[in-house]
Design a protein around this ligand. Structure first.
Ligand code: SF4
Length: 402
């Protein structure tokens, strides 16, 4: 896989080396067992895959290169490039400005934009409507496009299915930038409806079975279906794709469930296999996370942006088997009396006493989302060791192993 130029301060020598060794020993990525090492009285369990994915490294490389190559130009980001606070702050520190926030609210007067301005499309992509509006203003979006190729693959498949008369069911969070972009692109060729989870898929099934009215559909799926969507016409042939950071197993469950319903109603031709659109990195990270569930760990520390969808999925998987502290960086582990964590069930930030970090012989999983630099994880490990009063360094503990 291509190697990207990302700022050195995002790399971690230790974690980079662990990843390299795992890759050398398991090039086909079949082994999901974690890397385990002991530092004093702490056993650290590192999943087989974690951290930056292809799309994130690609986006970071393009964004920093754009800054370096365009001194003196106004450079904007079409929203957060990725959902990691440090990376976004670093880009702002380079003079980049956000055009819109995560909710689509405009932060800059678009009428001031011109062909001289540079606008970087984030890894999630953007909507056709936004692209058209910026093109009208003379902005050349295609020159600084960091849309992940795996997101574009979903769009291509959506267009192909739309052209073949399928309705696209997008498993995603309707307000997430990527889902909004996929919705927009897919709507260009066919009808689209978004489902957030299995519960909404079950509700959609009632419409496929004609058990509920079109009027009720407008209420149940308000703002989640494309213009001109007809319940009686557009639920007879469906294909399921996802927001690439959703739980892949849930997407497959939803696809299998809806496939059975449409096949029962309209026969085998009513559905199609879309498993090839699932993102490899999401699969790898989620499978590797499953690979630590039986490790006997007492606690997991998950590192990533609190608005990072893929990090929330990782925390949710781990939460099935162990307590989880979800932090953005080492600064969130303030002291042995105080930590700021993200409660991923309630989707809110809270302050806790991180007492579980201080068990005598701690078995600890440490991992991160696809938009989190390895260095941030490295610093979190160092901070935990320091709070626990481990006198041995991580480097010494790993001597002879990496
Ligand atoms: S998670 Fe997958 S789709 Fe999303 S940016 Fe990374 S590689 Fe691309």
């Amino acid at each position: 896989m291509k190697k990207f130029e990302v700022p050195e301060h995002y790399r971690s020598t230790i974690l980079g080396r662990i990843k390299e060794i795992r890759k050398l020993n398991d090039p086909r990525k079949k082994d999901h067992t974690p890397f385990v090492f002991q530092v004093g009285k702490t056993e650290i369990i590192i999943p087989r895959h974690f951290g930056f994915c292809y799309g994130v490294e690609n986006a970071i490389e393009i964004a920093f290169r754009t800054v370096a190559e365009n001194p003196g130009n106004r450079i904007f980001l079409l929203g957060e490039m990725i959902h990691n606070p440090q990376v976004n702050e670093d880009l702002l520190a380079e003079g980049i400005q956000f055009l819109v926030d995560n909710h689509g609210t405009r932060l800059v007067d678009f009428s001031t934009l011109s062909s001289k301005d540079i606008v970087i499309t984030p890894a999630f992509g953007t909507t056709l409507e936004m692209a058209a509006e910026l093109a009208q203003l003379g902005v050349q979006l295609e020159r600084y496009n960091t849309t992940c190729p795996f997101v574009e693959r979903v769009w291509k498949r959506s267009a192909e299915l739309g052209n073949r008369g399928y309705t696209l069911v997008v498993h995603g969070k309707y307000l997430h930038e990527e889902t909004r972009a996929t919705f927009s692109h897919a709507s260009d060729t066919g009808p689209v409806v978004v489902v957030r989870n299995m519960k909404e898929a079950e509700l959609l099934a009632k419409y496929i079975r004609k058990e509920l009215s079109a009027e009720q559909f407008e209420i149940d799926f308000a703002n989640k279906y494309s213009k001109g969507f007809s319940v009686s016409r557009d639920l007879q042939k469906i294909g399921v794709v996802n927001q690439t950071t959703m739980l892949a197993s849930e997407t497959q469950e939803i696809a299998a469930y809806l496939r059975d319903i449409v096949v029962e109603m309209y026969g085998e031709e009513a559905t199609t296999d879309t498993r090839d659109t699932l993102c490899y990195a999401t699969n790898d990270n989620q499978n590797a996370t499953l690979g630590v569930l039986e490790s006997g760990a007492h606690l997991a520390v998950v590192v990533g942006g609190f608005n990072s969808s893929n990090t929330i999925q990782i925390a949710t998987i781990l939460g099935q088997n162990m307590p989880v502290y979800f932090v953005r960086n080492s600064d969130d582990l303030i002291s042995n009396q105080k930590a700021t964590v993200f409660n991923f069930s309630l989707l809110k930030e809270e302050e806790i006493v991180p007492s579980l970090l201080f068990a005598e012989n701690l078995k600890l999983v440490v991992t991160s989302g696809a938009s989190c630099p390895d260095k941030t994880v490295d610093l979190v490990i160092q901070k935990i060791m320091s709070l626990r009063g481990e006198s041995e360094s991580v480097e010494t503990a790993l001597e002879g192993r990496i």
